[in-house]
Design a protein around this ligand. Structure first.
Ligand code: NDP
Ligand code: DGY
Length: 329
């Protein structure tokens, strides 16, 4: 047993709270070293623990960069991130070292698209503000009043989607029943199948100028970082509402705060922001026209299990030199 255990590949898991099914899969095949806390593994602990490991099961909270890869050394063969976003991974460095990367596309599309629509509705119909009014006595003062807590409906509107990928398409599909007049989208590539369903491919400027609602569902990369900046907000309608379930870095946050304060745009709904976790007293939290939720796009029970088991499958297949179910590179 001792010799068999010695020959099993070593896997570092960077967080406790991993769905049991995924842990069982890894424990069956590997020697698992799990960071035992439900908060992120401190950087120095990761640098120490990754030494001599064959694989790492990480989350979007772990930056896997040159320093980590150097600390890991030549034993590291597979990185499995329990996320579809991979902006926390230094892919160029990883590729140079021939390390395989697995991620979790598809299994979280429904949950994240659903949450994006929920956030859009919560923002446009001012659900959190209204809830606050109920708690703070505001309702008692005005009872039912004709103009009180009025929001802005989706029917007849133009919805722009930046990044009509898996999640963007899921958002459009879910909004089909809301009587939207036009769906616009921008991105690097055209999506003929989505155009058949009514999506119009437009330059980013047109999306900014013509959309009543903008859903940001693109990946974060060098081209999309800060793409929503001062100039972009100045082109948007004053009545526009933006929701972001992509990554905080896609929006230049200072520019957003100014746009929300000065009425350059009407409202924003953010599931992702900078930094994460956002300090509770951050300026964004003081803005009544900003709906904030703590990066819960994929936080749905079966989805998280699917993400974790896919990550485990990716790692096991990568270690066994089998085709990984969802290989990024
Ligand atoms: P996809 O790869 O299917 O879609 C990514 C989209 O981003 C594509 O439409 C792509 O367009 C677009 N995109 C990439 N680069 C650019 C660019 N330079 N300019 C314009 N558009 C660009 O990924 P998913 O839909 O599965 O996930 C999207 C992102 O959502 C993830 O990367 C992640 O950051 C985030 N996410 C957030 C979650 C949350 O909890 N809030 C949960 C899950 C994901 P094109 O094909 O034309 O390049
Ligand atoms: C991802 O997968 O990229 C999300 O941000 C978390 O599910």
């Amino acid at each position: 047993v001792g010799a068999a255990a010695m020959s099993r590949p070593k896997v570092l898991i960077t967080r406790a709270d991993i769905p049991q099914k995924a842990l069982d899969m890894l424990n069956e095949k590997c020697e698992v070293d799990m960071w035992p806390e439900s908060f992120p593994i401190p950087r120095e602990q990761m640098l120490k623990k990754i030494q001599g490991k064959d694989a790492i099961f990480c989350l979007l909270t772990e930056k896997i960069d040159t320093e980590v890869l150097n600390a890991a050394g030549s034993s590291l063969k597979v990185i499995g991130t329990m996320s579809v976003g991979y902006d926390h991974l230094s892919l160029e460095e990883i590729k140079k070292r021939g390390i395989k990367v697995g991620y979790t596309p598809g299994v979280l599309t429904d949950a994240t698209a659903e949450l994006t629509v929920a956030l859009l509705l919560a923002t446009s119909r001012r659900l959190f503000e209204a809830h606050g009014e109920l708690l703070n006595g505001g309702w008692g003062k005005c009872a039912w009043s004709p103009l009180w807590m009025t929001g802005w409906g989706l029917a007849g509107s133009t919805v722009g989607i930046l990044g009509l990928g898996r999640i963007g398409q899921g958002v459009m599909q879910r909004l089909q029943g809301f009587g939207i007049k036009r769906f616009l989208y921008s991105g690097r590539s055209r999506r003929p199948e989505e155009e058949e369903k009514g999506a119009e491919f437009v330059p980013f400027d047109t999306l900014l100028k013509e959309s009543d609602f903008i859903a940001v569902t693109c990946a974060l990369n060098d081209q999309t970082r800060d793409i929503f900046n001062e100039e972009a907000f100045s082109k948007m309608k004053k009545s526009a509402i933006i929701v972001n379930t992509s990554r905080g870095g896609v929006i230049k946050q200072d520019a957003l705060i100014t746009a929300l304060k000065t009425g350059q745009i009407r409202a924003a709904g953010l599931d992702v922001m900078t930094p994460e976790p956002l300090p509770p007293d951050h300026e964004l939290t003081k803005l009544p026209n900003c709906t904030l939720i703590p990066h819960i796009g994929s936080a749905e029970t079966t989805t998280r299990e699917g993400m974790a088991t896919l990550t485990a499958s990716n790692i096991i297949a990568g270690l066994e030199d089998q085709p990984m179910p969802a290989r990024l590179c």
